[in-house]
Design a protein around this ligand. Structure first.
Ligand SMILES: [Zn+2]
Length: 328
């Protein structure tokens, strides 16, 4: 099978790429112990120049894979001659951790809590700094794709700062079950997520959570492609009517995790996107002999955004991620 050639580069010179062309790169970020480049795969679809650049990034957490086939399928659907802008797609931005099948980087740091990075910093800080300089700074919009973590599952939801009008438009364009209003920045910490860094640089950005870790989920992938096609259409980057319409998402003004206060074997009784009322049973915790030692109930009305699937829980284990629905 003929494959397109892929160029190794240390910088992405988007302006040098001819209009109406599709290019593939291995972009160098840092180096390994053999002085070999740690590279990330980048697909640049260059449509009309002097038009917006949208970035699509997947697997900043190395075990969160659904975004990779979403990008691969999406770029195959784009007719480059009709593209009113540029798509910079990175189907696997944390190559180090993807190969390790791990969420975290090689130094156990969470890359998505380490932006803006540091050119003189440690391993993860320099890796992040290079993402920031070589990819993020070239964008006018960012869509960063994630999934749940190990031992948990997620609905298809987006984290977005709904105080920003463009970001709100982006969030509604994606075929999400739930939109969670979230500024993406913890005032206590000096470092933050890639989304928060993008917003700091005035790049409208949303985070998408596509289901479960370390798997490909066909339904999530097809909904992901469909939602992104609609987003490109909404932002006037790619006009097309290929996407199918979808249900209006549930809007949450905040969310939090409900945790166990004892150790034991956890059986979560509620499903993803299920709306629960205050006092409704969420989960049962049993000891090794099968006795019920605790029943956990919903502290208030909400929607199940994500939940634990790993029965083995020490005290403080996650039960459900509860979204509090915004009153209309
Ligand atoms: Zn993630």
């Amino acid at each position: 099978m003929m494959m397109k050639s892929t160029q190794f580069v240390s910088e992405l010179d988007v302006d040098a790429i001819p209009a109406n062309s599709s290019s593939r790169f291995w972009l160098q970020l840092t180096e390994d112990g053999f002085s070999k480049a740690y590279t990330v795969p980048v697909i640049v679809l260059r449509g009309k120049p002097n038009a917006p650049v949208i970035g699509l990034t997947a697997a900043l957490h190395g075990n969160e894979l659904n975004g990779i086939p979403i990008i691969q399928e999406l770029v195959n659907k784009i007719d480059i001659n009709k593209l009113n802008g540029t798509i910079i797609a990175v189907p696997g931005i944390n190559t180090v951790s993807i190969l390790d099948h791990k969420r975290r980087f090689v130094d156990q740091k969470d890359l998505n809590r380490n932006f803006p990075g540091n050119p003189k910093g440690n391993r993860s800080e320099q890796y992040v700094w290079n993402i920031n300089q070589k990819i993020l700074k070239k964008l006018d919009y960012l869509v960063d794709m994630h999934t749940a973590s190990f031992g948990r599952v997620n609905s298809l939801y987006t984290r977005a700062d709904l105080s920003n009008e463009i970001i709100t438009t982006m969030a509604y364009a994606i075929d999400a079950d739930i939109i969670l209003h979230n500024k993406g920045k913890n005032p206590i910490f000096k470092t933050h997520t890639m989304r928060a860094e993008a917003m700091k640089q005035c790049i409208p950005a949303i985070t998408l959570e596509y289901g479960n870790p370390q798997v490909y989920q066909p339904k999530m992938i097809s909904r992901g492609v469909n939602g992104l096609l609609n987003l490109l259409n909404t932002l006037n980057i790619y006009e097309n009517k290929d996407f199918t319409s979808f249900e209006t998402p549930v809007l949450c003004r905040k969310s939090y995790w409900v945790y166990t206060d004892k150790g034991g074997f956890l059986d979560v009784k509620v499903g993803l996107t299920q709306i629960v009322n205050k006092g409704e049973l969420l989960a049962v915790l049993k000891n090794s002999f099968g006795d019920i030692i605790e029943e956990y109930i919903a502290p208030e009305k909400g929607i199940i955004i994500g939940k634990s699937t790993n029965p083995v829980n020490m005290t403080g284990g996650r039960i459900v991620h509860l979204g509090i629905i915004k009153k209309q």
